[in-house]
Design a protein around this ligand. Structure first.
Ligand code: GAP
Length: 513
């Protein structure tokens, strides 16, 4: 097993041990690809939602938020194209009986070639040292060029096959590239078939087509059908955005890699309505804004990259992903899509209602174009956890597991720890906790030695541990231990609010956006 898979395994068991994420209905042996967020996981998840909501809604005067229902009129999904086109191309390996997304097999094959290129560049760096000119090396090295050519050729064939819905061509590409099943190692593949990803259920007690409804596969449609409601009731002027956080459901055939791909997950989506013809300007704007939002967390700028879509979804005229370097490699974290006027026009046609905006400056009505930003909350959670999780060797030879979660996102901002369980220290500690609790989530802990308590706070990602000792009773000072540096400083209780505000308040992170 490689190091990265080991890391994912460590994160999964750490998440369970400390109450971040549990397998769903575990007492019945769980249900594949479904997870429950525990007491600390819900705090972290809520903080990620708040960071998104505040950055998108609170900090933009022209973006408002809604909370639409999961069930929608079934015609919504006919109009949106999901009934006919929300499919994955699937292929089975006859020996292992495992099922794969054909496009993902191809993407993974190309990623392996990309990794070869990076290895070649690394070798060049080591060989030439300080004289190394990376740009020139990439443009001239025969091995790099040959591999780039391979990728371009695969991308070209894949795009053409997917765009033409030519499933035989997709299969031929897999055969030609000699892609093997990761489980059986064989090339014994079935045909490629399309599979619709929507879950359906019956409304009420009557069976039949008329009562079939779907669990929404994206939150976006709840925004489109409310476009006019929000525009009129909120007196919104174009350009403006509608944001939403909520559950989405997809019958993913290959659901795996912990919370990366689940059948029930949460999305944070924003549809930005713009004048026709201005969508590319806004597409670029939102690409930059969203990249900034991610990097602003300080997890590491090199963990993100953009990936333009090879096959555009049925509604888009431009689309890209912000990919994140998860323990399994670079994978999609957020999608940014220029959705044109496709959705609103379709809803106009299927509902017979006008979904237009009268633009007073242009003195005309039109169906707005839409630029969408869509980030998976669970993937965001995994990205934070995988950057934060570190197993450190300390100077004294001991080890510690520390979650370097950005302070604003940490489940607890501080722990209040009375040095001993007597002499009035617990009372003083509780009093301090109560005064800080209005603005910050604080944990109280008096069990075990102070060293053990520090380790526990490291393991759950609490940025500050505040220790109350006998001196506190005489001069109102406390020891503050920093999770990341493990340094301790003595400060007066009066200074604590300022310290937390500087490092862990919403302002501290939103002001640098
Ligand atoms: N409204 C557009 C839309 O839904 P998408 O690229 O299919 O676009 C957006 O999904 C985001 O939702 C993805 O970037 C990913 O973060 C998240 N997502 C999609 N499917 C998921 C799944 N099965 N499990 C977890 N997150 C998922």
């Amino acid at each position: 097993m490689d190091q990265n898979q080991d890391k994912l395994k460590d994160i999964i068991s750490h998440s369970k041990e400390y109450g971040f994420i549990f397998p769903s209905s575990e007492i019945y042996d769980g249900l594949a690809a479904t997870y429950d967020y525990g007491q600390l996981g819900s705090e972290l998840k809520n903080n990620i939602k708040t960071y998104w909501w505040k950055a998108m809604v609170q900090m933009h005067e022209n973006i408002v938020g809604i909370d639409a229902s999961i069930f929608m009129h079934p015609t919504t999904w006919k109009a949106s194209g999901h009934v006919d086109a929300f499919n994955d191309p699937l292929i089975d390996n006859k020996d292992s009986k495992k099922r794969y997304r054909a496009d993902v097999l191809l993407e993974e094959h190309m990623e392996k070639i990309r990794q070869k290129i990076e290895k070649e560049v690394e070798k060049g760096k080591n060989r030439f040292g300080t004289d190394f000119d990376e740009t020139q090396f990439r443009a001239t090295n025969p091995n790099v060029l040959r591999n780039l050519e391979k990728i371009e050729s695969i991308e070209g064939r894949m795009r053409e096959a997917l765009e033409n819905n030519d499933l035989e061509a997709v299969r031929n590409l897999i055969i030609d590239l000699e892609i093997v099943c990761p489980v059986s190692g064989s090339k014994n593949w079935t045909e490629v078939r399309q599979f619709n990803l929507m879950f359906s259920t019956e409304l009420g007690s009557v069976a039949g087509d008329a009562s079939t409804i779907y669990l929404r596969p994206e939150t976006a449609q709840g925004i489109f059908v409310n476009f006019l409601n929000v525009q009129k009731s909120g007196r919104m002027k174009i350009p403006f955005g509608i944001a939403q956080i909520g559950k989405a459901f997809r019958n993913e055939i290959v659901a795996r890699q912990f919370i990366f791909r689940m059948r029930e997950f949460e999305q944070m989506e924003m549809q930005f309505f713009v004048r026709p013809g201005e969508e590319m300007t806004w597409y670029t704007y939102w690409k930059e804004a969203r990249e900034k939002w991610h990097k602003n967390l300080g997890l590491g700028g090199n963990l993100y990259r953009f990936h333009d879509h090879i096959k555009l979804a049925h509604y888009a005229n431009a689309a890209c992903d912000i990919e994140y370097n998860f323990p399994m490699g670079f994978k999609e974290l957020e999608g940014i899509h220029s959705r044109t006027d496709f959705d609103l026009k379709q809803h106009e046609q299927f509902s017979g209602k006008k979904l237009q905006f009268f633009d007073p400056e242009l003195n005309q009505s039109y169906v707005p174009y839409v630029v969408e930003t869509s980030v998976g909350l669970d993937r965001m959670f995994l990205s934070v956890l995988s950057a934060a999780y570190q197993n450190e060797k300390l100077e004294d030879g001991s080890e510690r597991v520390v979650l370097r979660i950005p302070p604003v996102l940490a489940p607890y901002k501080a722990a209040v720890l009375p040095l001993v369980k007597k002499d009035g220290l617990p009372e003083k500690a509780r009093e301090l906790m109560k005064s800080l609790q209005f603005d910050y989530s604080i944990q109280y802990d008096e069990k075990d030695s102070i060293g053990k308590r520090y380790r526990r706070q490291d393991a759950i990602g609490t940025p500050f541990s505040i220790t109350i000792d006998h001196q506190t009773l005489t001069d109102d000072t406390v020891t503050v231990r920093d999770r990341d540096t493990m340094e301790q400083i003595r400060v007066s209780i009066k200074e604590l609010e300022g310290l937390l505000a500087e490092k862990a308040s919403w302002k501290s992170v939103l002001s640098t956006l």
